[in-house]
Structure formats: C-alpha cells, structure tokens
Ligand binder design. Structure first.
Ligand SMILES: [Fe+2]
Length: 466
C-alpha cells in the first residue's frame, strides 16, 4: 500500500487540500503484491481504482496486466449472520494480474518495484490469524483502532525488517464481519462485511510493508470459506485462475468454492511446500457421507501424489492436525483440545498417520498462539503461528502435556513448546536440506524462543515462553 492512504486517515482534510493545491497530483493509490502458486508460479497482483489495468514492467519491458476481477458489487448471499448484520460485498477496485516468468529480474508497476521469488529462499516468515475480530454472535469486538490490541501492522513491519525472502500466511485474514457497536471507541469507524473496505483495513493496509518485502504463499483459513471472506479470498489471494462458480458468489456453488486442490511450491534443496485448503472443515468432525469427508479424502490423495515429486516436504494448512488448543469451562477448569477433528477423520481414513512419510513438518494457524510439537511416533513436527494480530487465545497450556494427552490418535508427543498471550511472528532459516533454525519473534522484534527442526524432529530452547 502506498503512503497516501495512511496519510489520508490521519491528516486533517484541510491540510490535504492544501497539499493538493500546491503539489502535482499524486500517483494513483494502489495495492500490489506477489503470490506463489502451483509449482512455484509467481503472479503479480495489483488492486487499483482505475478505468483499466496498468502496465507491468518486466525486465524493462512494459507488458499489459490482465483483469482478474472487475469492480463490482456481489448480491447478498448467505453469511453466518442474520441479513440485518450482513450486506452485499462491494469491490470497487479492479483486481489485475500478470504472471512473472522464471527469468524475471525486475518487475514494477507505476514505478513501484515488486518483490521477486528466490529459487531457494533461505529466510522465511510464517504468520497467520492477522485480522481484527468484530463478531456479533460471540460479542467479540477487538480494539482495531489500538495498535497494542490489534498489532498486525507492527508485526508486519517487524517481519519485513527481518528481510524475508518468502512469507507464508497460514490463513485467516478477514475478521471484520459485523459492525462495531455504537459507543465502542476501540473499533469505532471500522468497515465491516466481506467487501474491499474491510479487507483493506484488516489485511492489505496493515500488511503493506510485508507485502512489499517478499512474495507470499497465501493459505486459506476458515475465515475465508464461502460463507465468510471466500469472495475476497478467490478474488485477491488464491494464486490460481478465478473461475465462475468457484468464487463463493452464489451459495448454490459452495461445494465448488469451499474446496480446492493442494499445490506444491518448490523451495530448493529438493524441498517443496505443499499448501492445503482446509477452509471448510469443522472441529465437530466429519463422517462418511458428509461432503467435506469425501473432499478431504480427495485432498489427501492429491497431497500424497504431490509429495512424491520431491524427497522432502513441508505442509502448510490452516487447521493444525497435530497441535493443541485449550478452553476454559464454565466451572473454571481447563480442557485441552486436540487437532481439527474434521480433517483428521477424513485424512486418517486414507492414512492413519495423517501425513505422507516424507512430510517433515506442518505449518498452521487457527489457534491464536505460537506452538511447537514433535513426536516420537511417525508424525511430522507441528508448528502453529496464529499469533500475528487477531485477539489471542489466552487459556494457558501446560509446559508439558499430561500423559496420554495427544492432538491426534496414535501421535505420541515428545517435545512440546508454546507461547500463549504474546503477539509476533515465526521465522525459518535454512541450515541444510533437512535442517531449519526456527525463531519466535515478539512485537519488538526480540527473539523469545529458538527451535531446531531436523528431519521430522524438533526441539525448542524454552518449553513455555513467558
Ligand atoms: Fe481459523
């Protein structure tokens, strides 16, 4: 995001009017980013209020960008909320795109340079769950106007300052679902609903520095299923072509729009990232006969086939299958929650071990904390990085799981580490084909924990970050 919109939000109108009178007109405001998709194909995206898409300059040669989605308002469809708390999604900007061919050495749009993918990224930022929660049904209204309580912009700036070569967002971008109640200064003035204004304030504007810093992998969370932010997911984030009927615009098409195939992004040294769409699973579980049960069986089979294309793989899926959450019951006691029951049921019907044998680790979000788990059983390490902006899950986890407690049937936890109630981001630095150094950074950019991933095993310096 270019600077002017931030200025617009903070400077008095009179001052802006003065600037406009004396200075040449500013270049148009627009949003730009690069997303990686199938087999690592890079796509440049530009969101812009203009009559047509701008040109992109690749290796000094101007080329046309293509229109991915026009400016339009989508008729109101079903949402998780009553009609009075829903509205049609307005997208007043063009979504433009252009493929970045492998030999691209420079890319820019309207004078702004775009980040280019590295064949073998050494420095990776992992984060997720970044939006500001405004939800009527749970009476949850995060203070979006307070950067201490909604710190995604700080997280994004710190993560950008770390100079990543690749950013992985593990899903859940859009949280501003309902209107801020009158008289609540914490979120007063926030846009809401599933249109551009809420997407901009929740993701593109606060994430701008990190979007400029490196190409992204954009996994899909449950907040981007068709009932919720799915229209924005397909229009803005998914790396593949936008297809009519797979766009979440009409509820009757949701069986197509709620699911998509996995894809592989090679990251060098014979390693692939395998990105899975688990947006429409449910913690309540799935059973044979349920649409999702069959869809995720298909997802697993395709994952297995993709995994065969490289000796080693890292999984990226929003819902942790091998991580733990915690909830506080009405009587005050704490109950530990296992991994996502829906995907677990479906995947384990194909492979009781849940993941292919050459999948080294799994990167997830969904639980709003940071966590690591390593297993003495034949399971990959699990990392959870859902601590980058959305209200934290603050029910404490134990520093050691009680005997017999496991995130998935058959999984035996050997090492377990967590940080509850702290905002930040995770980083991964390549140390060898099978080895990664992992760090947990806080809002000040301070390192709060260090882990080593070696093959499928991982271990961290601190069991519980305080
Ligand atoms: Fe989630």
């Amino acid at each position: 995001m270019w600077m002017l919109p931030i200025l617009k939000r903070t400077l008095p109108a009179v001052l802006l009017a003065g600037c406009a009178a004396t200075n040449p007109p500013p270049p148009p405001d627009f949003t730009s980013y690069v997303v990686l998709g199938e087999y690592g194909a890079a796509v440049a995206r530009v969101l812009i209020d203009a009559p047509s898409c701008p040109e992109i300059v690749l290796n000094q040669r101007p080329q046309p960008m293509t229109l991915r989605a026009p400016a339009e308002t989508i008729a109101l469809r079903s949402t998780p909320f009553a009609a009075a708390d829903s509205k049609p999604a307005e997208f007043p900007l063009l979504t433009c795109e252009a493929a970045l061919p492998v030999r691209t050495t420079s890319a820019s749009v309207l004078g702004r340079s775009l980040p280019l993918p590295k064949a073998e990224p050494q420095r990776i930022v992992v984060l997720g769950d970044t939006g500001c929660r405004l939800q009527k049904s749970s009476n949850s209204y995060q203070a979006c106007n307070d950067s201490a309580q909604y710190p995604f912009a700080t997280v994004a700036a710190q993560a950008a300052a770390w100079k990543p070569e690749l950013v992985i967002h593990v899903g859940d971008y859009h949280y501003r679902e309902n209107a801020c109640p009158e008289g609540n200064p914490g979120c007063a003035g926030s846009p809401w609903g599933y249109g551009w204004d809420a997407w901009d304030d929740d993701f593109f504007a606060p994430g701008a520095k990190l979007l400029d810093a490196a190409p992204w992998i954009m996994a899909r969370g449950n907040h981007e299923n068709c009932l919720r932010g799915g229209q924005g997911y397909w229009r803005f984030l998914d790396p593949r072509p936008l297809l009519k009927g797979r766009d979440c615009n009409v509820a009757a098409d949701d069986d197509a729009g709620n699911y998509s195939d996995p894809y592989a992004v090679p990251i060098g040294q014979a390693t692939q990232l395998l990105v899975l769409d688990t947006a429409n699973t449910t913690w309540k579980g799935l059973k044979p006969g349920d649409t999702g049960y069959a869809k995720y069986q298909d997802l697993y089979r395709k994952l297995e086939a993709l995994a065969q294309r490289a000796p080693r793989n890292l999984g990226v899926l929003h819902h942790p299958l091998l991580g733990m959450g915690a909830d506080r019951k009405a009587d005050g006691s704490i109950v530990l929650l296992p991994g996502d029951a829906g995907v677990q049921a479906s995947f384990s019907s194909v492979n009781p071990l849940l993941f292919p044998a050459n999948l080294q680790a799994v990167l997830s979000g969904h639980v709003h904390l940071w966590q690591q788990a390593s297993f003495s059983s034949a399971h990959p390490s699990q990392f959870i990085a859902g601590f980058a902006g959305t209200s934290e899950d603050i029910v404490p986890l134990p520093d050691k799981l009680p005997p017999g407690v496991t995130p998935a049937p058959g999984a035996v936890v050997e090492h377990f580490s967590s940080w509850v109630d702290g905002f930040g981001f995770m980083t991964m630095e390549r140390q060898g084909p099978d080895q990664w150094a992992i760090e947990v950074h806080d809002l000040q950019g301070k390192i709060r924990n260090r882990c080593q991933l070696d093959g499928r095993r991982s271990v961290c310096e601190v069991a519980q970050v305080k």
